[in-house]
Design a protein around this ligand. Structure first.
Ligand SMILES: Cc1cc2nc3c(=O)[nH]c(=O)nc-3n(C[C@H](O)[C@H](O)[C@H](O)COP(=O)(O)OP(=O)(O)OC[C@H]3O[C@@H](n4cnc5c(N)ncnc54)[C@H](O)[C@@H]3O)c2cc1C
Length: 383
């Protein structure tokens, strides 16, 4: 049972999504790779971005359960609202609360709580996907400055985010897990250039190639301050990563729900061979299995979210949730697509977009293979 305030939050968000993000708008945002800034401002005014920020910095206190429920509800309309929410409340609010220096917290968290700042994640590189310890983007300290050179790929929102939360190699001579740091790079700094990449999924915005050419910043730009130089791996593999896995899983779950609901309705209205197609056993079974899988996803997601919310260890549960929900989301997508026949391939419905988004989920945010590797290691399976 969810607490009453989350039930009420869901009710408000469902109404918001129904009224303000109807299908014609979703189609337009999808075609143009855009998200609606004015609607995000309205969501921020509801206090949603404050859910990941401690009270002393203007937030409501860290509430992972509520923030995950927000993503789930917003994702029922695709990525157009939950995408920017994640850039603010998760990439920003959670990471800075967890890893920021006192100065970074004081400066950034109040703005993040009000929804006034957006961060992009700069992890992947042209030659680095899952193997993040091997990033080549190089940061070095010169006097009072940190100088960054290199390139990031697939940096979603780099063209409009205020900062890029950027994983760098800060010491090529150190052991790999001591060689990494995070730098908060203002995206309009001299030496930063972005080149948007077109892609089929997560079309709330473009993802970009980003080049850093002698980007020079004050040392304050090191996430956590000078003493966290070389401690990037612990930040990446720590609690923030557990919640990152939940955030992408909540998005997947919300989109999968939308797919099942659309197929469920469609199957009752589409008549073939003298009866609604939901009366044909092949379709009927697909619908029931999809809905059952959805319920399993819900249980995996909220089990891990409860642990994270209570501050308990949840690396295993969040990895299992990411693995299971991403892979099950693909099964749900393909079943729902078949149920809607040709119409699942037409832009007049949401299904085509939801399928595109769901197909990418076992890759983004730590691939399913990586989750399996991580789980095998956490369970100490000999390699
Ligand atoms: C639309 C979109 C948005 C994105 N946004 C961002 C973003 O904002 N920031 C960011 O940093 N990145 C982003 N990414 C990148 C995404 O996180 C990476 O695609 C993901 O980490 C996988 O990397 P890769 O595609 O390079 O795959 P690779 O690492 O090259 O792997 C390719 C395949 O091999 C498998 N594989 C690789 N190594 C192993 C192994 N050791 N064992 C088993 N299997 C293995 C993988 O699972 C995968 O199936 C985005 C990607 C997309 C498509």
């Amino acid at each position: 049972m969810e607490p009453d305030y989350i039930v009420e939050l869901r009710r408000q968000l469902r109404r918001f999504v129904e009224q303000k993000a109807p299908r014609d708008k979703r189609q337009q945002w999808d075609r143009t790779h855009q998200w609606p800034r004015e609607l995000f401002r309205e969501l921020s005014e509801m206090g949603l971005c404050a859910l990941t920020v401690p009270e002393e910095y203007g937030g409501t206190g860290r509430n992972i359960l509520a923030a995950v429920a927000v993503i789930e509800e917003l994702a029922r309309a695709g990525t157009f609202l939950c995408g920017p929410y994640i850039h603010c409340a998760f990439y920003g609010g959670l990471n800075i609360s967890e890893n920021g220096s006192p100065q970074q917290k004081a400066e950034l968290l109040p703005k993040l709580a009000r929804g006034e700042l957006l961060l992009a994640y700069g992890l992947s590189e042209p030659d680095v996907g899952g193997d993040l310890k091997s990033v080549k983007t190089r940061a070095r300290i010169e006097g009072d400055s940190v100088v960054i050179n290199g390139a990031k790929r697939w940096c979603t929102g780099a063209d409009w985010a205020d900062y890029i939360y950027c994983l760098v190699n800060s010491d090529p001579t150190a052991a790999k897990h001591e060689a990494l740091s995070f730098i908060l790079i203002p995206s309009k700094s001299p030496g930063v250039s972005t080149f948007p990449i077109d892609h089929a999924n997560l079309r709330y915005t473009a993802s970009s190639d980003v080049h850093f050419d002698d980007v020079r910043l004050p040392l304050d730009a090191v996430v956590g301050g000078r003493e966290k130089w070389g401690k990037g791996w612990r930040m990446l593999a720590g609690r923030a990563l557990d919640v990152e896995k939940l955030e992408i899983s909540a998005m997947t779950f919300g989109i999968a729900q939308a797919a099942v609901e659309e197929a469920w309705d469609y199957a009752q209205n589409r008549v073939q061979f003298g009866k609604p197609i939901c009366a044909h056993q092949a379709i009927r079974h697909k619908l029931v299995i999809a809905r059952t899988r959805l319920e399993a996803c819900r249980l995996m997601l909220y089990h891990a979210a409860h642990l994270a919310d209570a501050g308990q260890a949840c690396a295993i549960e969040s990895s299992m949730a990411k693995l299971f929900i991403a892979d099950t989301g693909v099964e749900i997508a393909l079943a729902c697509q078949q149920i809607m026949g040709a119409y699942a391939l037409s832009d007049d419905h949401d299904m085509a977009r939801n399928v595109r988004d769901l197909l990418g989920m076992p890759i983004v945010g730590g691939s399913s293979d990586m989750q399996k590797n991580n789980l095998a290691a956490m369970w100490k399976l000999p390699a």
